[in-house]
Write a protein that binds this ligand. Sequence first.
Ligand code: AVJ
Ligand code: FE
Length: 368
Amino acid sequence: MTANTKESILEALAEARQRTLELVEPLDDEQRNRVYSSILSPLAWDLGHIANFEELWLVQTIGVREPMHGELGRFYDAIENPRRTRGELPILRDAELRAYMADVRERTLEVLDAVEISPDADDPLLRDGFVYEMLLAHELQHNETMLQLLEMVEGYEPLRPDGTSAVATAGPEMVEVAAGEYEIGARPRGFAYDNERQRHPAELAAFEIDRTPVTNAAYAEFVAATGAEPPMYWERDGEGGWVSAARGRRAPLQPNHPVVHVSWEGSDAFARWAGKRLPTEQEWEAASERLESSGQAWEWTASDFLPYPGFEAFPYSEYSEVFFGDEHRVLRGGSWATHPRVVRPSFRNWDLPQRRQIFAGLRCARDA
Ligand code: AVJ
Ligand code: FE
């Protein structure tokens, strides 16, 4: 891992912002403000929230400056304002929103100019550039949430084509992982979220795990055999098959691509139908180096989102801690919509078991 410098941070901040703005570039203000779904924010909220998170951490906290718009931050607080309420909030819109994003960024760069980024800074927020890494990850994670919403925007044409590809088909179907003690979680050095720490040993029994994620073709077979709920956006093609109707456009489903937009409930049912089960998140991580095919779709695991031993919330408990419990399931890997900066073997994503808006499928495992 190379150390963060001001130059590398500047470059990454600019790249992330360009990606954010490109996503909404093809839309008009009405589309940016529209509420498409009660489980996703209007895009204008994501944009203002991205900028407000930047103001909060890089300008107010690191730069010790007063908020630029008084109480505005309240409306961008993700915990205080559940997604279904975000369309009615007095948030910034249109030209005011664009100006706010640019003003925050200007101040961020002034503050960055004055700080010292070093591996042994006293302030844990600045040590190794942690707060800048957090900011970048936050914006890029919201890019993925925005792409989930963009699936619902009729006729949306991205500036850059989406990246998806077929799963590898050569080689053995399953990989065997020996029983033993495996180290789980992020290493002490390098950026990771609080929920990836502490790194700790986990005792695993021998298991086998699919080398590749479940494909559209396999999932269609399961739906046909069991009458299970199809993935979100699947529509009948009129000939007994399926098409994807995401973005309001009926497009063929590639049979050998990983299935996405399935729930945990559907994933768990698929695995049982196949005579297998979902892997635990520890099994997934222990096997991760040997899975050829990952990073195209998030993968549901059998695990509840729980703290690791020795967990300490840092730098704020609303990122992970408030979500711990048996309500959310862990997803591992990453999807075509996930920026590489966010993907790592220890990264833990989570959602409710019935949710299908995320780019998630599954991979099966079984006891050896
Ligand atoms: C890790 C994807 C579940 O979107 O709720 C964004 C990421 N946290 N802003 C979410 C997040 C704060 C989070 N997930
Ligand atoms: Fe956020």
